[in-house]
Design a protein around this ligand. Structure first.
Ligand code: 13P
Ligand code: SF4
Length: 299
């Protein structure tokens, strides 16, 4: 039996569903029941009828699934797969931001720990950050932890944003020079980037989208596209648009944490039911409020 057959067999035995982020390895995306962006994955985690969710992504994503589904077993195939940006802010930081800006609401990007979510009023993803900020009652919003997404939101809202200084190391390495060079290498191609990119990169891009937003945009144009995000998404872009050209903006835009899951770790996680993600109940209840409010706002 092949490893894929093993996974399919184990999935049936465990009554499991496999969710994978758009940045996962191609072979992991191919065995998943659903592949998507952070918002879509949170929605799917809530709708999943299965008893077990194998979350092929990084820890904050699996944690969100566990927060939203206390009665399901949520497994992260590779326990060390974390998000460096999520580690750039602590609950104490949020507390001190609240003291500095007492009349502001706290919007927290889902790329954060459960404890930080629990200290926030509402979560957002890259696909609904502007909508979530605009849904706040207050005219002042503390936005954590991503300074680049905060800067992007500030361009599209009249509310005053107080950003934290976190960032995604994978997107931060993309420079204006990369955009200009890629345009020279591929004349006629459009550059689309993720809002986790630096503001100067966002400013000269032709479009700014979440990962699912990029997949949707690709269907509306026949142009070649230069992709300014983690290059795992190119697998799905090519699969859904055969014969089209999608060029990574640079060969270095790889998130090592997203690449830690493999067919082997997915099979082993289903075999041994590990690593189970658990969130302490007091934190889970508060964090769920912020995630539920985000899901209510929608995309
Ligand atoms: P989205 O897929 O929600 O755009 O998120 C990108 C990301 O960096 C997740 O870690
Ligand atoms: Fe975190 Fe960036 Fe990797 Fe996403 S791509 S998991 S934000 S480090």
């Amino acid at each position: 039996m092949s490893i894929v057959d093993d996974i399919l067999q184990l999935k049936k035995e465990r009554n499991a569903i496999i969710l994978a982020h758009n940045y996962q390895r191609g072979e992991v995306q191919d065995i998943a029941d659903y592949v998507g962006d952070s918002f879509g994955l949170s929605q799917k985690a809530v709708q999943a009828g299965a008893e077990v969710i194998v979350f092929c992504g990084v820890d904050f994503m699996a944690e969100s699934a566990a927060i939203l589904n206390p009665d399901k077993t949520v497994l992260l195939p590779t326990p060390g797969a974390g998000c460096p940006m999520a580690r750039m802010i602590t609950p104490f930081d949020v507390q001190s931001l609240r003291l500095d800006h007492p009349d502001a609401e706290v919007v927290c990007y889902v790329n954060s720990s459960a404890a930080v979510k629990a200290m926030s009023d509402v979560c957002c993803t890259s696909s609904n950050a502007v909508k979530v900020v605009d849904s706040c009652r207050s005219d002042r919003v503390i936005f954590v932890p991503d300074k680049n997404l905060a800067a992007y939101v500030q361009l599209h809202t009249t509310k005053q944003i107080y950003p934290w200084h976190g960032y995604c190391p994978t997107h931060e390495i993309i420079t204006e020079g990369d955009v200009l060079l890629a345009k020279m290498d591929h004349p006629g191609a459009e550059v689309i980037v993720h809002p986790e990119c630096r503001p100067e990169v966002v400013a000269i891009a032709d479009g700014v989208f979440s990962t699912d937003g990029m997949l949707k945009y690709a269907k509306t144009t026949s142009k070649d596209l230069i992709i300014g995000t983690e290059m795992g998404i190119i697998h799905r872009l090519q699969k859904e648009n055969p014969g089209r050209n999608f060029f990574p903006i640079s060969q270095f835009v790889v998130c090592p944490n997203m690449k830690m899951n493999s067919l082997e770790t997915v099979r082993d996680s289903l075999k041994d039911m590990r690593t189970r993600i658990r969130v302490p109940e007091d934190i889970r209840i508060k964090a769920k409020r912020a995630l539920d409010r985000m899901l209510e706002v929608g995309r």
